[in-house]
Design a protein around this ligand. Structure first.
Ligand code: NAD
Length: 484
């Protein structure tokens, strides 16, 4: 029988030691020391352009009215539309949404996605709400966005985030379309939709896959791995993950399939450990059936939700929420690489402790950008009204087949059937999305790493990433002709 959930996930989130947006401002201030831009331009970039706080009434399942608090923040309009997910959590607050919107601006700049940053939040616990109530809230929230011009394919394009997914995006797209029934591009008003409603193959796993590509590439630098006392590559690397939601599960799956070993995982109900490795698919099935991960066969419980963060491992992946590695536990973190799959999981104070220990900290504004990269592909697909690969898949398959025939004819030797099948096929939408994402993550990591290497005084990837992003946003503003 499924466990009853005595504590809600939200109760587990400790109070922040700082303002999250304040943390982002600190990173900004630190990075701009290494740039040479007009102070007024930097001020324009630093703060949020539009903050929309709303309250709206929704009838609950008992027919009583509940007033829901929600937000949409557009941080920067240097490029439009703005873009960012919608968080469903009882802990949503303005400071958090502002911080996440600002991170989106920098994230988009780092992966060359031509959007400004935005974020939304609805103060509700999705796990304690019926599906009907969630739908009513989501549709009303969308209506509020429409009324104030905070949504549209060329204005502001939401996506899923913590607590939301493809289902919520389908409700939003449908609500938007009822207001603009003749808009051919209406479906591009949100991304992360189900495939049947204009979504794209590969979006669901995009953030976890991006984490995998980014970390795998980071582990390909011999000098960096030598410094950590690690081998190049992912084979056999020991990984701990916090959160088995969308990002955590997919990251775990790709690392597992890529030869790494998931030794520890935490969820709302506690942390589990198995030195021989945990199979992410089996764990997800167990979690879905039992409403938690504790008790997973072959693993031992090692403590509460924070315990997995403190195990000795090569790579630590916090994939739940912000403020998880903070000044309370930073001393006890024993990883060599930390990849911020969640947004803001490490506080600035904790980061200093980790850097002193020599940890390579791969920042959120780069490593979790896979979601927005593939959202960009989805938006492009919606605007072009054609599936990626549709026009050329068969043509390429035939071409490859003809080339193989010609090679076989000229060389007189036969290509094995396995190679034949591999070469013969043309790329479908998922192949193209994966390849576009891999290229994006590898390029972006190299840009950040090069900036760190080439800028005197920058010794960490986060400062390098912020400098890289702010520089790009500043140049974009300059190209608009407003600043010299
Ligand atoms: P999700 O709701 O699918 O999963 C989050 C999981 O974390 C849930 O299973 C929850 O039970 C668990 N959790 C909550 N508190 C925990 C705790 N204290 N310890 C352990 N587990 C805990 O959310 P998601 O979409 O996977 O997002 C996770 C993080 O990744 C968020 O910070 C989000 O902003 C960030 N992110 C998500 C995307 C995306 O595409 N979904 C993109 C970029 C960044």
């Amino acid at each position: 029988m499924a466990k009853t959930r005595k504590r809600t996930v939200e109760n587990l989130t400790e109070k922040r030691e700082h303002s999250f947006f304040g943390d982002v401002l600190k990173y900004f201030d630190h990075a701009v020391q290494f740039l040479d831009h007009d102070p007024s331009l930097l001020e324009q970039i630093k703060y949020c352009n539009s903050v929309y706080r709303m309250r709206f009434p929704v009838k609950n399942d008992e027919g009583k009215i509940e007033v829901i608090e929600a937000y949409r923040v557009e941080h920067s309009h240097h490029r439009q539309p703005t873009k960012g997910g919608i968080r469903y959590s009882i802990h949503v607050e303005q400071d958090e949404v502002m911080a996440l919107a600002a991170l989106m601006t920098y994230k988009c700049a780092i992966v060359d996605v031509p959007f400004g940053g935005a974020k939304g939040g609805i103060k509700v616990s999705p796990r304690l709400c019926s599906v009907g109530m969630l739908e009513r809230i989501t549709r009303r929230y969308t209506t509020e966005l429409v009324k104030k011009n905070f949504i549209g394919p060329g204005i502001d394009v939401p996506a899923p985030d913590y607590g939301s997914g493809a289902r919520e995006m389908a409700w939003m797209a449908d609500t938007y379309a009822t207001f603009y029934p003749t808009d051919l591009n209406a479906i591009a008003c949100v991304t992360g939709k189900p495939i049947t409603h204009g979504g794209i193959q590969g979006r669901t796993e995009a953030t976890g896959l991006g984490v995998y590509y980014g970390v795998r590439h980071a582990c390909s630098y011999k000098e960096d791995m030598d410094r950590l006392g690690l081998e190049v590559g992912l084979e056999g690397k020991r990984i701990a993950i916090q959160g088995m939601g969308n990002v955590g599960y997919w990251a775990a799956k790709f690392f597992h399939d890529g030869g790494a070993k998931i030794i520890a995982v935490s969820e709302w109900d506690g942390s589990i450990y198995n030195e021989n490795g945990i199979n992410p698919d089996d764990l997800l099935a167990y979690k879905n059936e039992n409403n938690g991960i504790v008790g997973f066969p072959g693993s031992k419980e090692i403590g509460g939700p924070g315990a997995a963060l403190e195990v000795e491992c090569d790579i630590l992946i916090p994939a739940a929420l912000e403020n998880q590695v903070n000044s309370d536990n930073a001393d006890r973190i024993k990883c060599k690489i930390l990849a911020e799959a969640a947004n803001g999981p490490v506080t600035p104070e904790a980061e200093q402790t980790l850097l002193k220990k020599g940890v390579i900290l791969i920042p959120d504004i780069f490593i979790n950008a896979g979601g927005v990269s593939v959202s960009y592909f989805e938006w492009l697909k919606n605007l072009s009204h054609v599936r990626f690969g549709r026009m050329e898949k068969r043509y390429r398959a035939t071409m490859n087949h003809n080339i193989l025939d010609a090679i076989e004819g000229a060389s007189g030797s036969k290509v094995s059937e396995e190679s034949m099948n591999l070469i013969n096929r043309g790329a479908d939408e998922r192949d193209l999305v994966y390849s576009g994402l891999e290229e994006t993550m590898i390029n972006a990591y190299d840009n950040i790493r090069n900036r760190m290497r080439d800028t005197e005084g920058i010794n960490d990837l986060r400062t390098a990433a912020f400098a890289e992003a702010i520089d790009k946003v500043a140049i974009s503003y300059q190209n608009l002709g407003i600043w010299p």
